[in-house]
Ligand binder design. Structure first.
Ligand code: BG6
Length: 497
């Protein structure tokens, strides 16, 4: 992260400034950036919400929240001094004149600074909020807007939102965030592929049997039903995080490490995805919803009985908390190589990883071998493992065992791995959009997702149940089993037995 780039004075205005995302991710990330000396002394953070808080109340809330998270509170006074809060209701027509007057008052005289409007709010608010910003006269030539995912519910709504935002902010001022792109290991995937020569000759269908991309979470959705019922795993995770990971694995080498060159290559991958619709959705996709079960050492409720939520509706019963898809990239490099995508809540372990499964040796002279596998672990314990076959020490028959060649980022580089939001917030402040999604990328992703969602909605069958603490419904295993393949961790378990 380049400190020099990001140390220009800026005003960062967060809409939804006391919400879950702001308090859980944005504020802690900004506090880290402040502690690391990455924010210019004059940089301010202005939270907007309907909560009625004063500046002092908001600073107190942030202090309590950071303390509860066990944050390092040294120099906290300096960070708290950057914070302001404006109570505003932008839901009514014509807006909240008093609230906007206060925002204008805070920003007046600072037109030369970089101005960033971070919309940490539901996507349908993006257009109206941008219009209000313009009406309030707050959009300067150096302003930027950050849009949180998911951008819309489908291609049509994504286009509408992009059009609405596009009336106020140009594409170069619009930063569509997908925090997975800010994760260290995700960026390392590009370095691994394009700064090392040995992988490229074997990175294709001649050598690779299939790819598995898994984002498994142990958390459920307590208190999030209002959002989650209308999102589900497809809109919440697959349309953005998992497809972005797929793009980075499958893309062609860009000619430059440049914002447009990398995004151009990603769009080509999305546009090469084989469409899945109609009866194929039954064969190539799986939906699940968790029921009561054991997570860690405690019993947890099912999705429909999560506490602190609104009562379940028909949408709650239909929504998927687990999704798995067999995708294919129809181009020369990847013809015939399945990409298995999988994500779920209340899985047995928290683990995000990409597994590249190579083909077996063409002719085996030893019994008991298994094909090589490259595992890129995004979290926890970021690192890369290459599983190779080795001979077990000892006399007698040659016995083989897969052993990992291991690179742990923690051990190799030491120090703290910055949270994705730290990196991305600094990139927004520095005006660098490389790790943000371009309009055509987001729309290409929806174009592929929409027919799957439409088929799911048309069939009306509820998702397959799976008990919390289990790696998805039986259909997930069958999705690979049909072609004689196995999920990575199931194979590990077999080897360990
Ligand atoms: C968010 C989703 O984008 O990513 C959440 O809305 C999910 O549902 C989260 O829990 C996972 O992020 P991470 O960084 O913890 O893997």
């Amino acid at each position: 992260m380049s400190a020099a780039l990001s140390r220009r004075p800026a005003d960062l205005v967060i809409f939804g400034g006391t919400g879950d995302l702001a308090m859980r991710k944005l504020i802690p990330a900004l506090q880290h950036c402040d502690r690391d000396g990455l924010l210019a002394p004059q940089t301010r953070i202005i939270a907007m919400s309907r909560s009625g808080l004063t500046d002092a109340d908001f600073r107190g809330k942030v202090h309590a929240e950071l303390a509860e998270r066990g944050a390092d509170l040294r120099d906290l006074g300096r960070f708290l001094g950057r914070l302001h809060h404006v109570s505003i209701d932008v839901s009514g027509d014509g807006g909240d004149a008093r609230g906007w007057a206060r925002v204008r008052g805070l920003l007046a005289g600072h037109e030369q600074r970089d101005r960033v409007f971070y919309l940490a709010s539901p996507p349908m608010t993006f257009g109206p909020f941008c219009r209000e910003l313009r009406l309030a006269g707050l959009v300067t030539p150096s302003s930027r807007v950050v849009l949180e995912k998911p951008l819309g519910r489908n291609l049509e709504s994504a286009r509408r939102i992009n059009d609405e935002v596009g009336e106020i902010f140009s594409e170069s001022q619009t930063f569509r965030i997908d925090h997975y792109l800010g994760k260290e290991t995700v960026q390392n995937l590009l370095v691994l592929r394009f700064a090392n020569a040995f992988l490229e000759p074997i990175w294709n269908s001649l050598w690779i049997d299939h790819v598995q991309i898994t984002v498994a979470e142990t958390v459920g959705t307590p208190g999030r039903r209002g959002y989650y019922d209308h999102a589900g795993a497809m809109r919440d995770m697959v349309q953005n995080h998992l497809l972005q990971l797929l793009c980075l694995v499958a893309m062609e080498p860009p000619s430059r490490n440049d914002r447009e060159a990398i995004r151009d290559e990603k769009v080509k991958v999305l546009e090469s995805l084989r469409p899945i619709s109609g009866t194929e959705a039954d064969r190539f996709t799986v939906r699940g919803q968790y029921t009561e079960g054991i997570a860690g050492d405690r019993r947890v409720p099912g999705y429909l009985d999560e506490p602190g939520s609104t009562p379940p509706t028909r949408a709650s019963r239909q929504v998927e908390t687990f999704a798995a898809i067999r995708a294919e990239v129809k181009n020369w490099r990847w013809a015939g190589v399945p990409f298995y995508l999988r994500t779920g809540k209340r899985m047995p372990t928290r683990c995000s990883e990409i597994v590249v499964q190579f083909k077996d040796v063409p002719h085996s002279i030893f019994p008991g071998g298994s094909p090589n596998k490259l595992v890129l672990r995004l979290q926890p314990s970021e690192g890369i493992q290459m599983h190779i076959m080795a001979k077990e020490p000892g006399a007698g028959e040659v016995a083989l065992r897969p052993v990992p060649l291991e690179l742990s980022f923690g051990k190799a580089f030491g120090g703290r791995v910055p949270d994705a939001y730290e990196r991305l917030l600094m990139d927004v402040l520095a005006g660098n959009p490389t790790l943000f999604m371009r309009r055509d990328e987001v729309e290409a992703a929806w174009r592929w997702i929409d027919p799957i969602l439409a088929t799911w909605e048309a069939t009306g069958t509820p998702p397959e149940p799976y008990p919390a603490g289990v790696a998805g419904p039986p259909g997930a295993r069958e999705l690979l089993g049909r072609s004689g393949r196995t999920w990575h961790e199931e194979l590990e378990e077999e080897v360990a037995l």
